[in-house]
Write a new protein. Structure first.
Lengths: 423, 295
């Protein structure tokens, strides 16, 4: 075929059309006993910093469990598509998943999860909103089909404040804590809990919002430095996090007193410079690295067999392990559902019963003991604080939860508002 | 009010403004030669930075080899863009040409991260993160160097427009038909302007990439660059220099003074307000020429 302008234009048009079609990877085909999970995620726009590694971890874990014979006799089928953080596309993907018999959907996007929440509740289709979506979805009595399955942002903030308190001799009275955050609903989310804790613990809270996506924070961090903080929390994602860290270093802040939410990974450290950020802290919901048994098993049974879903060097990164964590919890829900009703039928309600009965699950030491109940869809709110040592995040504490009374006051306040108004 | 903080914000703002101004200078360069406002300049900066990262990471080149190579690649891309896309638009309404550059911006913003990865990438120029203190005043080393390099390149641009080729470009800008009639190769002058503009965008992308990392968000620099170009005057390189300092200062001080009062978010409002106010009250900018058409 000659390379004419017509051919080039036709090819470009076909490529453009093809890019609009869903990227679908089914990890299991057909069969009577199949549990279908949909993963419409943002692979191309805003959440690109996490989606690829997170989803790689999920797929590798599911491949491993399918190879081992599935969960309770059920094979897991996964449909993956790209919603690009675009709500109409996400709704389309959700409806397609529903029509194809999916009983669980994991959109990994706060705006998408918020948009899908009323549908999921009405359709009785389980939706996982780990590290995204509404923090008040921890209240399973109001959000019976929405499952954060992980410490929400309020819990993360509460736990970090408790860590600061422990480090400062048991009191934060008179201390200054700066909260640097992206100026979006996600960035502002911890503020109610931080304000409540500031009143309770007697520290001074100073918030510094920056304009999304956070690629220029040069005027923010001099103000943080001049506020002479005892501790600094930064709350963003993607480029906002790497810029925040860089500016913190350039302003000479003590990295050992600078701390992030879950959204900080080895990849971010590569951008800033692995040796430039030694000491920085983060909230860790699961073990990172390749030490955990489940990661070792994936390396042997999946990656070693040439069936890995992505680059081998990403296995064991923070975000990869988050993906394994969530896949393990979802599949534990399937196992429990199969125990409760071995012959199904496989419906949203069937899986819901399984997810609501997850008890003291640790994914063989990858995550803290997690119990999901019809009341608590967060799973207990345990995590730990980890420190970047230039090579890996090393744990600074055991698994613990803190300030859950304050967190649940907020959860109930907002969930009751949702129950009343739907907002 | 903490005067040291204000002084620090002002100084950093000036250098940040100069870094923005370098990208604006590319917009002005094209406008001066072809009368087109290139709205793809932000995406060209992003593409230039991606090119450096790809050359350095994929081929194992040092930054100091990758950057000149990327400049050459981007110069060729700019020239090719003019030849393949822009030249075909001769005779079309200006709005169509502007739409073309918007289309190019959207296309590059989607395609480049799609091909080379959307996650933030490191672009290390070897600038230390260690702060520079002058008394109590902290100067941001990366911004200081970035602003200094930008200032140097903008001054070079001013000199360039007084060179023989620069005068040819100005002649093309003034009257293309008359330029043709005296033997000036108008198409070549415009193509070179696109090439040089792509090089300026690349340099800007590299400087900002070293500050924030390389990802799609580099294309957002367009808004700041446009605000500066409009305020300074779309056909004035000197205007770009002054307007860059004004915008940088205004943004930085607004963040320090207004953010605590209104709860944040004023930084981008400043650029938008400057565009609106300039177009309303001084459409040709501070230093731009007012075009008067004889009837």
């Amino acid at each position: 075929m000659s390379l004419t302008r017509r051919n080039i234009l036709t090819g470009a048009a076909v490529a453009a059309l093809a890019s609009q079609l869903p990227l679908r990877v089914a990890l299991a085909q057909g069969g009577d006993k199949v549990v279908r999970i949909a993963m419409p995620m943002d692979f191309t726009k805003v959440y690109t910093f996490v989606t690829a590694e997170y989803n790689q971890g999920q797929r590798d874990y599911i491949t491993m469990m399918n190879q081992r014979g599935g969960m309770g006799g059920y094979t897991i089928a996964v449909d993956i598509s790209d919603h690009a953080n675009d709500q109409p596309r996400a709704i389309e993907a959700y409806e397609r998943a529903k029509s194809q018999g999916a009983v669980l959907v994991d959109p990994l996007s706060t705006p998408v999860a918020r948009a899908l929440t009323p549908r999921a509740l009405e359709d009785k289709l389980n939706m996982v909103t780990a590290f995204s979506g509404r923090s008040d979805a921890a209240d399973g009595t109001v959000f019976p089909y929405v499952f954060p399955l992980s410490p929400n942002y309020w819990t993360q903030a509460g736990l970090l404040i408790e860590y600061f308190k422990q480090q400062d001799g048991g009191s934060l009275d008179g201390k200054t804590i700066c909260f640097v955050h992206i100026d979006t609903p996600f960035g502002k989310e911890p503020l109610p809990v931080l304000e409540a804790l500031a009143a309770k613990e007697g520290f001074k809270l100073q918030a510094f919002p920056y304009t999304p996506p956070g690629n220029d924070q040069s005027a923010i961090w001099p103000q943080v430095r001049r506020a002479r903080p005892d501790w600094t929390m930064f709350w963003g994602a993607g480029v906002g996090q790497t810029v925040a860290l860089t500016e913190a270093a350039r302003n000479g802040l003590d990295m050992g007193r600078v701390c992030s939410s879950v959204w900080l990974s080895e990849s971010d450290m590569d951008v800033v410079g692995r040796d430039q950020t030694v000491g920085v802290l983060k909230f860790e919901p699961c073990v990172s690295g390749r030490e955990p048994k489940v990661i070792q098993d994936i390396l042997t049974e999946v990656v070693g067999a040439g069936k890995g879903a992505g680059p081998e060097d990403k296995v064991g990164t923070s975000y990869y392990n988050y993906g394994v964590m969530l896949a393990a919890l979802m599949l534990e829900g399937v196992r429990r559902a199969a125990e409760i009703a071995p012959d199904g039928p496989v419906t949203g309600e069937w899986l819901n019963a399984g997810l609501n009965s997850i008890t003291e699950f640790t994914a063989e030491g990858l995550i803290p003991p997690t119990t999901i109940t019809p009341e608590d869809h967060q799973g207990g709110g345990m995590g730990r604080v980890a420190r970047w040592n230039g090579e890996v995040f090393e744990p600074m504490t055991d698994w613990f939860s803190a300030n859950q009374d304050v967190v649940w006051d907020e959860v109930r306040k907002y969930s009751s508002e949702f129950a009343k108004t739907g907002q | 009010m903490d005067m040291i903080l204000l002084l620090e914000l002002a100084l950093n703002g000036v250098f940040v403004g100069l870094m923005y101004a370098l990208l604006s200078a590319g917009i002005v360069l094209i406008y001066k030669t072809s009368g087109i406002a290139n709205l793809a300049q932000g995406a060209l900066a992003m593409m230039g930075a991606y090119t450096v990262v790809v050359l350095a990471n994929s081929f194992g080149l040092s930054m100091w080899v990758a950057i000149p190579l990327a400049l050459a690649v981007m110069f060729a891309f700019g020239v090719a863009l003019e030849r393949v896309a822009l030249r075909r638009m001769i005779g079309q309404p200006v709005i169509m040409v502007i739409m073309l550059t918007i289309g190019l911006e959207i296309f590059l913003r989607g395609v480049i991260p799609g091909f080379f990865g959307a996650a933030v990438k490191r672009l290390d120029l070897g600038i230390s993160n260690a702060p520079i203190f002058v008394g109590e005043l902290l100067l941001n080393r990366a911004i200081l160097i970035g602003g200094g390099v930008s200032l140097g390149l903008i001054l070079l641009s001013i000199l360039f427009f007084n060179s023989r080729f620069g005068i040819i470009m100005r002649a093309v800008s003034d009257n293309q038909t008359a330029s043709w009639s005296v033997g000036i190769r108008v198409e070549r002058a415009i193509a070179v302007a696109w090439g040089l503009s792509a090089c300026m965008a690349t340099t800007s992308g590299v400087l900002w990439g070293a500050t924030q990392g390389v990802d799609w968000s580099l294309s957002l620099l367009l808004i700041k660059a446009l605000a500066i170009a409009i305020l300074g005057g779309l056909d004035s390189i000197v205007g770009v220099l002054i307007a860059g300092i004004i915008v940088g200062l205004a943004e930085s001080l607004a963040t320090g003074i207004l953010d605590p009062i209104v709860g944040g978010g004023t930084r981008d409002v400043v650029a938008s307000a400057i565009i609106l106010l300039t177009l309303l009250f001084r459409p040709h900018g501070l230093f731009g020429r007012e075009h008067i058409e004889r009837v």
